[in-house]
Design a protein around this ligand. Structure first.
Ligand SMILES: [Zn+2]
Length: 237
């Protein structure tokens, strides 16, 4: 497996919250808070919503309807079958206190009847792709607990179903290794013709890779200028 195949395996769907959504951070003291100060961390949550049917689609509706009374928002919702993306990577959500300013938030679903370990596996693949694309080291993958002391992601912290936080991080590391595998030469034509996956589109990396002629380099990641998030930048999907 390599980066594109890993990305394509995510079943990533995109529905970005409108800029005037009530659950986007509103200006405060004259400061626009639309964007991250910097993308320094990836914050992993669990929804804690065990209601049957509380899957990624349900949380997409929840966010699109204003994110409840607490007006919450985050970047990705993962369930056993798919992922919804709600915010761009350089935008700020409302999910992790001080982490809002400098992290991408991932919610993992824990709805009754769902395959929790399948959801964790999909989340690990998403995190691996994000690490690959951003160049962030794996120790920047943190729990919601890191920011506020909240017991989140609760089931992962407790090792429910035999998988704990370190197991999850090891899973991410394994997928990151796979993402970094070079494309075998004899498959290069096929890969060139393959549809770019949505994560690449999302970051406009595909055109950058092609223009710069780096397509044989699996370690390219995000160019320096995209890593330092410009508050005016808008990495369109
Ligand atoms: Zn949380």
């Amino acid at each position: 497996m390599w980066r594109k195949e890993l990305g394509a395996s995510l079943n990533l769907n995109v529905d970005i919250l409108p800029m005037d959504a009530p659950n986007r951070p509103q200006p405060r003291n004259g400061r626009d808070r639309t964007y991250l100060d910097a993308l320094n961390y990836i914050t992993v949550h669990e929804t804690d919503n065990t209601r049957r049917g509380a899957d990624a689609d349900a949380h997409r509706r929840f966010l699109n309807n204003g994110g409840g009374t607490r007006r919450v928002s985050w970047h990705y919702t993962v369930d056993e079958n798919k992922i919804w993306k709600h915010l761009r990577l350089n935008e700020r959500g409302i999910h992790a206190n001080a982490g809002n300013r400098q992290s991408v938030g991932i919610e993992t679903c824990v709805d009754a009847g769902s395959d929790l370990n399948a959801t964790r596996d999909r989340a690990a693949r998403l995190v691996a792709v994000l690490l690959y694309d951003t160049g962030l080291p794996i120790d920047r993958v943190v729990q919601h607990n890191f920011w506020s002391g909240k017991n989140c992601p609760r089931r992962l912290r407790a090792g429910v179903l035999g998988v704990n936080w370190m197991d999850f991080i090891n899973l991410v590391a394994g997928y990151l290794d796979l993402a970094r595998k070079s494309v075998p030469k004899y498959l290069s034509e096929e890969v060139k013709e393959a549809e770019p996956d949505q994560v690449i589109n999302d970051l406009q990396l595909d055109s950058i890779v092609r223009e710069e002629g780096f397509e044989d380099d699996p370690h390219i990641g995000i160019p320096e200028e995209l890593l330092s998030v410009d508050p005016e930048a808008d990495l369109r999907v």
